[in-house]
Ligand binder design. Structure first.
Ligand code: SF4
Length: 233
């Protein structure tokens, strides 16, 4: 489901500069975790998948913490006729610009409205300033201004961003994307154990928030839940 409707090989990059308490990629966050792999090994594996995939998606962790490796990967797989996508937290717009010519799809995580530094900080597990959020905003603008399809992704976390007024503001921040995707917070295998007490928002709640966003003029709105999988609202 990293790249909707596409048979995609997903390459997970180790390490992330954020610590979203609801993060489910727990093993990918620590920059010292994982194992070092040579590009040729990844390419070999992708070649084996070739009859089954038409694209490669860089995800993680945060792939743009390793821009050289991202670039090298994309240049190689493009030669096999594969399209390239990336999922990024948006904190490194300069690195995004470097890989931009190779991208057909960009998913950018957006935690909260850009004006709400306190809430954004809670969503990503570290205090942030307006200047820091400008970087994410810039990444989103770079993505929207490119030829790639763009999806803003927001995990709906109870007690943080699951409010109508917050979603209305967030929707206005991402106008211009092809899709806004709301993902359901899960309370197992997540980074911050204190979040395990929170309830999982229902599919119905996500649909309601998706309709709220749609009314604000966002192009396509999708939700991703355990109950219904990926759905267009
Ligand atoms: S969810 Fe947050 S902490 Fe986890 S990989 Fe994505 S940006 Fe990093």
């Amino acid at each position: 489901m990293e790249w909707c409707g596409r048979p995609t090989a997903v390459v997970l990059f180790q390490g992330c500069d954020l610590r979203c308490p609801w993060c489910q990629n727990v093993d990918s966050v620590d920059p010292k975790g994982g194992k070092i792999t040579e590009l040729k090994n990844i390419i070999k594996h992708i070649k084996e998948l070739l009859p089954m995939v038409d694209s490669v998606m860089a995800a993680g962790g945060e792939p743009l913490l390793q821009p050289k490796a991202c670039l090298a990967l994309m240049k190689r797989v493009r030669k096999f006729g594969l399209e390239c996508g990336i999922r990024t937290n948006g904190t490194n717009p300069k690195a995004l610009k470097r890989v931009l010519p190779y991208l057909n799809f960009i998913a950018v995580d957006i935690g909260a409205p850009f004006t709400d530094t306190e809430l954004y900080g809670k969503m990503i597990g570290r205090p942030v300033t307006g200047i820091f959020l400008q970087k994410i905003k810039e990444s989103l603008r770079i993505a929207i201004g490119s030829d790639a399809k763009v999806e803003a992704r927001t995990t709906i976390v109870p007690t943080l961003n699951d409010r109508k007024d917050i979603i209305e503001e967030l929707a206005l921040d991402v106008i211009g994307v092809d899709w806004l995707r709301f993902q359901q917070f899960r309370n197992v295998s997540i980074l911050d154990p204190s979040f395990r007490e929170l309830p999982i928002p229902s599919r119905k709640e996500l649909i309601k928030l998706a309709r709220t966003a749609k009314k604000k003029g966002v192009g396509g709105v999708r939700i991703f839940t355990i109950e219904g999988g990926l759905e267009e609202v």
